[in-house]
Ligand binder design. Structure first.
Ligand SMILES: Cc1cc2nc3c(=O)[nH]c(=O)nc-3n(C[C@H](O)[C@H](O)[C@H](O)COP(=O)(O)OP(=O)(O)OC[C@H]3O[C@@H](n4cnc5c(N)ncnc54)[C@H](O)[C@@H]3O)c2cc1C
Length: 433
């Protein structure tokens, strides 16, 4: 089924398939936010770039996501500083915290038409125990000057339009956008600056020849001294160790019909994005045309779509009982790349070969940031100045069983959720996701 975003995006533009041989200073494999942002930042500094995308633009996570622009990564700022030390840790906090500034700055700079709204991101808590870590999160970001605030039950209820939550926090750095239009806008900017993007041009072989990287597609090849892998959850056999360094977890979404004005005024009246602390995560927002879009994790390719959709309709109704009887016009899904340390990864795989991936469902801002980090590194910025750790690729042990593991974990969490819904005494309080 068509996604809400492909139905409402700014017109796609036709990009060619690679035919014959091309040369560039940098060849980027993958045309999502990571690859296109890297290309854009390289083009801005005058570097000659070729991007190869296997499908059409927007068929990976960057055209399918919830369009929630979120600052930071899963770890709190203090934890990042403990993990990486005061120097790099503080730089990393700054890098990940400023993701929304970069996204909204690029939108403004390149006049990208993508329904961008910067009214904040809310993390509402589904239980008192889930609220505790949120208090610490707010305190840590506030100490660093971020525009964040704790919300009590009444405040969160008013901002979300639901009495389901017992509190939460609001991060005014975040917001929403039309994810596919944002990607198209970035790609148009790359083209305007002279970058070349080829679609339907899957990289099928990558090899080192005469001090250059040679990337082979079905009908052509690109040779460049520097290569970038920006394939995230869609990484395939081209670089198997990289594929095994993340777990590709499906995420599914539904969108309602445009809501009537009274409901639009009551649900997310200030148009924030929200992602709650439910163990399987439920994220929701209104679209520019007033539809409620809601997504969550954990439905696999072999789950009948009707079951996944029904699960989401129930979640919508649980949070917004006023939407009983609403019509659903869209449902769709994509893959999210999860890492075992819950951090995005920047790798230098070989001399002149880099990769950035693993955004754990927070890639709208973070993949855009990663593109800039990759471009800075390619432009000679030292590891010390980069503000992002370069790590070795670590394939996840027993990766081939990860799908089964994730599936079992998802089923366990779904069972617990069902017990909690039924008010069972066996259901323990949720921990924060
Ligand atoms: C349903 C869903 C909801 C999400 N919601 C949010 C959200 O609300 N907020 C948020 O911050 N993040 C969200 N995310 C995560 C976010 O979308 C991703 O982290 C981000 O898009 C990653 O960008 P990327 O460029 O690294 O990868 P992608 O956009 O997936 O791009 C990778 C590209 O590489 C291409 N590729 C793969 N192999 C090859 C090859 N051999 N040759 C050429 N091309 C190749 C693929 O076709 C693909 O287009 C969501 C993800 C999904 C799936």
């Amino acid at each position: 089924m068509q996604s809400l975003w492909s139905a409402t995006a700014t017109p796609a533009f036709t990009l060619p398939e690679l035919r014959g041989s091309a040369r560039a200073a940098v060849v980027i494999i993958g045309g999502g936010y990571t690859g296109i942002s890297a290309a854009l930042h390289l083009c801005e500094s005058g570097v000659d770039v070729v991007v190869l995308e296997a499908a059409e633009l927007g068929e990976g996570g960057s055209g399918l996501n919830g369009g929630q622009v979120i600052a930071g990564v899963k770890h709190d700022p203090d934890t990042l500083e403990q993990m990486f030390g005061a120097g790099l840790g503080a730089q990393l906090v700054e890098t990940v915290g400023s993701g929304p500034d970069l996204v909204f700055g690029l939108i403004q700079k390149y006049q990208i038409d993508c329904d961008a709204t910067r009214s904040g991101w809310i993390q509402p808590a589904t239980s008192e125990s889930a609220l505790l870590p949120l208090r610490a999160r707010v305190e840590q970001w506030r100490r660093r000057g971020a525009p964040v605030e704790l919300l009590d039950r009444r405040q969160v209820g008013r901002l979300i339009g639901s009495d389901r939550y017992c509190g939460g926090w609001l991060d005014r750095r975040g917001g929403t956008l039309q994810p596919r239009s944002y990607l198209f806008g970035l790609a148009r900017a790359v083209e305007r600056l002279g970058g070349r993007i080829f679609t339907r041009s899957e990289a099928v072989r990558l090899e080192r020849a005469g001090g250059q990287w040679r990337v082979q597609t079905a009908r052509g090849q690109v040779t460049a001294p520097v290569g970038v892998l920006a394939t995230n959850a869609y990484t395939g056999a081209l670089m198997d160790a990289l594929r095994r360094s993340v777990v590709a977890v499906p995420s599914f979404q539904v969108a309602t019909e445009p809501l009537p004005p009274p409901l639009r005024a009551a649900i997310l009246p200030q148009r924030q994005a929200a992602s709650d602390t439910w163990p399987l995560l439920r994220y929701f927002r209104l679209s520019a045309d007033g539809r409620l879009g809601m997504g969550s994790r954990g439905f696999f390719g072999n789950t009948p779509v009707a079951i996944a959709a029904r699960h989401h309709y129930r979640a919508v109704q649980e949070i917004f009982p006023q939407l009983r009887g609403v019509r659903y016009d869209y449902h769709w899904g994509g893959l999210v790349a999860m890492t075992s340390d819950h951090l995005p990864h920047l790798h230098e795989l070989a001399p002149g070969l880099l990769a950035g991936l693993g955004y754990n469902g927070r890639g709208v801002a973070m993949a855009t940031v990663m593109g800039r980090v990759l471009a800075r590194r390619i432009n000679g910025v030292s590891h010390e100045e980069l503000g992002f750790p370069v790590t070795a690729v670590r394939p996840i042990p027993l990766h081939r069983f990860s799908r089964i593991g994730v599936r079992l974990a998802v089923e366990y969490l779904q069972l617990r959720a069902a017990l909690a819904r039924a008010g069972s005494r066996f259901a323990r309080p949720w921990r924060d996701a």
